[in-house]
Design a protein around this ligand. Structure first.
Ligand SMILES: [Zn+2]
Length: 595
């Protein structure tokens, strides 16, 4: 895989061990490992689903859980280099390989029911889980076994799905969402071609792209033509649709097809423009694209909105585009998602009330509590419930550590600020930096160049209207929304002071669904601020003239940041990601306020 990326990409994520995170990030890595990824019983239970047709009973998606969690675990391993985690993953990969049947299927549907409902989707996740583990696998023997299993598993699909006699059309292998879910198998098919060099998998990818992503339309062409917005497509399931475009991006990389690369860029631009909300997720009607840029301003009775699978898949799509294009706009988008929607779904305050679920599935915005329900819930055995969002969130946590410090061909690129040491090889020479900061709780970042003479690019966030960037005490010019380019040498010290004054966010678009209420949100740095009924009475009202406020310490609610405002409501504002964490009516939250 890596050779392809060397040719196509502008930015590169760290390999295992290159970045060592501390403090804020380490808390999230430890949290997901201790509560989920180290759980060998959980891995065994997820493998067990493949030992019999466990999804036949309700046309379910139990077969997605293992691969989805494995992909996330592989990201977390890359971000941490945690050998205990690696050993656990090796063990469960070996277990999964044993479930392959004589025809090559690693499958949760019987022969009688195969290629219906979510079968293809589940097979996709088997491929993805094994492929992402393959990327971190250190054993040549195990890699060979994985490739052999993948070829048989995918070979069975290629033999039964396609254009030939007796084959089923890819988009007819599911009656859901006009086949969007099935077409998303594009990504692992392309990756398998790269791993094996076996042309038949690329031919199959050609075929999927030619079928257009769904039975009722060709969404790849529509995105290329910018013909309507994604919420106007025949099926609008947000997570599945973005997964198809992740596949199209991988396809464009491998084939060098610029048309499809442009289609993915167009698609992400349209999502950013019409869907992405103030907290960096999307889909305010259940799990669907629905012009959320506008819908987010309406109170949602059910609170089932902004699925965590959507949050993480958006983050993944942006991370791919950041790598491919090096365009700073994707780093901006990722940061908004990471510090608001993603960290908001991590259930740091209680777990027993939701059967041990450590991640929440939906992210409310106005006058709602968290913990509205478990997305994609399935019973695996007795009291063991698992859900789609619970399975995907680890991938988001892993990416939190993989995008802040990257490298280009000639520089270290800082996309966000974390306490970490990073060591890269650039142009054959070693370069090492250490970064210290309490970001996003605090606005000061210290970067020390340990060794190496390098160009360094430092992202100056769009929100930071007045920024101070000092190299060895000397001011360096910089512009919000751009990378500052700094030539550095061993021993240099950089101090970055960002603008964390509270700012007012006015929604930019009021479309056909826009209501008459003039709502606004408040933010400090990358953190969107919320009111939480644990510390505020009037959570829906605030003042948009925020001039007098001060930091509030020792609030009874655990949070990253808190402010006490001198306004009519004596508002207490805390970061959205910490609001609502008790999952009940005592901690209702709002981020869109009325005057
Ligand atoms: Zn989900």
């Amino acid at each position: 895989m890596k050779k392809i990326y060397q040719k196509t990409d502008k930015l590169f994520m760290p390999q295992a061990g290159e970045v060592q995170a501390k403090d804020f990030l380490k808390f999230y890595f430890d949290f997901v490992c201790e509560n989920q990824l180290y759980d060998e019983d959980l891995w065994a239970l997820l493998v067990k689903q493949f030992t019999y047709p466990s999804d036949d009973v309700d046309n379910g998606w139990r077969g997605e859980f293992w691969g989805k969690l494995m992909r996330g675990a592989s990201f977390v391993y890359t971000a941490t280099g945690d050998e205990r985690l690696y050993d656990i993953l090796t063990h469960t990969v070996n277990d999964l390989l044993k479930t392959q049947d004589s025809s090559g299927r690693i499958c949760t549907y019987s022969r009688e029911k195969e290629f219906t409902a979510w079968d293809m989707w589940c097979r996709k996740y088997v491929l993805l889980g094994l492929e992402y583990f393959y990327d971190i696998c250190k054993s040549g023997k195990l890699k060979e076994e994985i490739v052999s299993a993948l070829e048989k598993h995918a070979g069975y699909i290629v033999d039964h799905v396609g254009n030939g006699d007796g084959k089923i059309n890819i988009n007819k292998t599911s009656k859901e969402w006009y086949g969007l879910n099935s077409s998303s198998i594009l990504e692992p098919m392309v990756r398998l071609y790269v791993i094996t060099g076996n042309r038949k998998f690329l031919d199959f990818a050609d075929y999927i792209v030619s079928e257009g992503g769904m039975t009722e339309d060709n969404i790849f062409e529509r995105a290329y033509q910018k013909n309507g917005y994604p919420y106007e497509y025949p099926a609008t399931k947000a997570y599945e649709m973005m997964s198809c475009f992740e596949g199209l991006l991988e396809y464009s990389r491998v084939t060098g097809n610029k048309k499809w690369e442009q289609a993915v860029i167009n698609f992400a631009d349209m999502i950013s423009e019409t869907e992405i909300t103030v907290i960096g997720s999307a889909g305010c009607t259940h799990e669907l694209f629905d012009h959320s840029a506008v819908r987010q301003l309406e109170e949602n009775e059910s609170g089932i909105m902004q699925e965590t699978c959507v949050t993480v898949t958006w983050l993944k799509l942006c991370s791919q585009l950041l790598r491919l294009t090096g365009d700073i706009k994707y780093a901006e988008l990722m940061e908004r998602t990471v510090y608001n929607a993603l960290t908001g779904c991590v259930n740091t305050e209680l777990r027993h009330e939701n059967m041990g679920m450590i991640f929440d599935s939906y992210s409310p915005l106005i006058n709602q509590s968290r913990g509205r329900g478990m997305g994609g819930m399935r019973i695996l055995e007795l009291f063991n419930l698992f859900g789609c969002c619970t399975a995907i969130a680890a991938a988001g946590i892993g990416l939190m550590g993989l995008y802040p410090i990257m490298k280009s061909r000639d520089s270290i690129v800082i996309n966000s600020y974390i306490s970490a040491a990073a060591e890269f090889e650039i142009n054959g020479a070693k370069a090492k930096i250490s970064m210290d900061t309490k970001y996003p709780a605090d606005n000061i970042v210290y970067i020390k160049i340990e060794y190496g003479n390098n160009l360094m690019k430092i992202r100056i966030p769009q929100y930071s209207e007045s920024t101070v960037l000092l190299l060895n005490g000397r001011n360096i010019e910089c512009t919000a929304g751009e990378y500052a380019e700094v030539n550095v040498k061993s021993g240099d010290r950089i101090i970055l002071i960002l603008d964390f004054e509270i700012r007012v966010i006015i929604p930019s678009r009021f479309g056909a669904h826009g209501n008459s209420i003039n709502r606004f949100a408040l933010a400090s740095g990358p953190l969107i601020l919320a009111k939480d009924s644990r510390v505020c009475e009037e959570i829906n009202k605030a003042t948009d003239i925020v001039q007098k406020y001060k930091k509030k310490d020792n609030l009874k609610v655990p949070c990253i940041t808190a402010f006490e405002c001198d306004d009519d409501n004596d508002s207490i504002l805390i970061d959205y990601s910490s609001a609502g964490k008790t999952w009940n009516k005592d901690s209702k939250l709002s981020v869109w306020f009325e005057r």
